[in-house]
Design a protein around this ligand. Structure first.
Ligand code: ADP
Ligand code: MG
Length: 322
C-alpha cells in the first residue's frame, strides 16, 4: 500500500471527536449515552458486486454505507450517536477514498454523528458500518408489536414512492430502459437512500411496530407478521409510486413496489384511529406516508388489487437464494 494504513486513517477518516469522549486513535472509543437511555446497535455490510456495482460513484457509496445503517436505527425509533467503519480495500486508491470519505462524512454531519473507530485491511472491497444510537427504555419500535385491526403504512419521498431503486437496478441489469432523466432519478433512489431517522423518532409511542424496507415490501412485511403472530391485507394499487415507475408496464410496477428492495423506507403499523397523528408525524419529518393495508388476525399476506383480485407476489430478496 502506497499510503500506509495509519496515514490512510488519519487522512480520510480521523476527525476531531466532538461528542465521543475518545474517538479514533486508541484501542477503544468511548461514548457516553444520555443517562437512563438504552443503546440501539446495528451493523450492515456492503459487498462489491452484491450490494453495489463496481462503477458506483465513491461519494454515493460512502453515503449509502452509512445510510443503510441509519435506516435500521430509524426503524427502531433510535437517535443516532456514532458509528464505526470496517474497511477491506483491494488497493489504496486515493481517488476512491477521497470520494468515499466525503459522502460518508457529509451524511454523518447532516445527522450530527461521528466516526469513532474501525478497522482497515487489504482484501476484496467490503464495507461494514456499525451504528450506535439511543432510545428510552421500552420505547424502541420493534417488529413484534403489530395487532389485528391496525393500519399498515409505508413512508416515501414527498410526491414519490417505493420501488425506484429496483427499477434502476433492472436498467443496470439490461432488462429495461428508462429515459435519461427518469433513469437519473431512479438511480439516485438506489444510490442515495435517505434514512428516515426523523420519522422514526416521531413514530415513537405512535407506531406499534416498524421495519425498514431493505429486501422488498413483501419479504420485510413477512418478518413483521411472523414476529407479531398476525397476518395482513395490502392493496397493491394503493402502493405509492413515483411518476417514473408509474409510467412502466403493470408487471414491473408490481414487481418493483411489492418485491423491490433497497428502498430504505419505513414500513410500520399504527392504531386505525391514529391516521391524523401519523400524517402529522410524517409532515413534521418532511416525508410522505401512505396507508397501504391493514393487519388481520388470519396469518399470511393477502395482496389485493382495486378490482378485488388476488395478486401473486414474490418473496423479497434473499442473498442465499438469488
Ligand atoms: P487495533 O490494532 O487496536 O485494532 P488499529 O491499528 O486497527 O487498532 O486502528 C487504529 C485506530 O484507528 C483505532 O482507534 C481504530 O478504531 C481506528 N480505525 C482503524 N480503521 C479505521 C477506519 N476505517 N475508520 C475509522 N477508524 C479506523
Ligand atoms: Mg485493528
Amino acid at each position: 500500500m502506497s499510503l500506509g494504513e495509519f496515514d490512510l486513517i488519519a487522512k480520510y477518516f480521523q476527525r476531531p471527536a466532538r461528542h465521543a469522549l475518545l474517538g479514533i486513535g486508541d484501542d477503544c472509543a468511548l461514548i457516553a449515552p444520555t443517562p437512563g437511555m438504552q443503546l440501539a446497535i446495528s451493523c450492515d455490510m456492503l459487498v462489491e458486486g452484491r450490494h453495489f456495482l463496481s462503477t458506483v460513484d465513491p461519494e454515493r457509496l460512502g453515503h449509502k454505507a452509512l445510510a443503510v445503517n441509519l435506516s435500521d436505527l430509524a426503524a427502531c425509533g433510535a437517535r443516532p450517536l456514532a458509528y464505526t467503519l470496517a474497511l477491506a480495500l483491494p488497493r489504496v486508491d486515493e481517488g476512491f477514498l477521497e470520494g468515499f470519505a466525503r459522502g460518508l462524512h457529509a451524511l454523518a454531519d447532516a445527522q450530527g454523528i461521528e466516526l469513532i473507530g474501525g478497522d482497515t485491511t487489504a482484501g476484496p472491497l467490503n464495507l461494514c458500518v456499525t451504528v450506535f444510537g439511543e432510545v428510552p427504555p421500552g420505547r424502541a419500535l420493534r417488529r413484534d408489536g403489530a395487532r389485528p385491526g391496525e393500519a399498515l403504512w409505508v413512508s416515501h419521498p414527498l410526491g414519490g414512492g417505493i420501488g425506484d431503486a429496483r427499477l434502476a437496478l433492472e436498467v443496470f441489469r439490461g432488462r429495461l430502459s428508462l429515459p435519461g432523466e427518469g433513469f437519473e432519478r431512479a438511480r439516485a433512489a438506489m444510490e442515495l437512500p435517505q434514512p428516515r431517522v426523523t420519522l422514526g423518532l416521531a413514530l415513537r409511542g405512535l407506531a406499534t411496530s416498524a421495519i425498514d424496507l431493505s429486501d422488498g415490501l413483501v419479504g420485510d412485511l413477512g418478518h413483521v407478521l411472523r414476529r407479531s403472530g398476525v397476518g395482513a391485507r395490502i392493496d397493491a394499487d394503493a402502493l405509492p409510486q413515483s411518476a417514473v415507475l408509474a409510467a412502466q408496464p403493470l408487471p414491473w410496477r408490481r414487481e418493483c413496489t411489492l418485491a423491490g428492495g433497497d428502498d430504505y423506507e419505513l414500513l410500520f403499523t399504527a392504531p386505525a384511529t391514529a391516521d391524523a397523528a401519523v400524517r402529522e408525524a410524517a409532515h413534521g419529518a418532511g416525508v410522505g406516508v401512505t396507508r397501504i393495508g391493514r393487519i388481520e388476525a388470519e396469518p399470511g399476506l393477502r395482496v389485493i388489487d382495486d378490482a378485488g383480485q388476488a395478486v401473486a407476489v414474490g418473496q423479497g430478496f434473499d442473498h442465499f437464494k438469488s
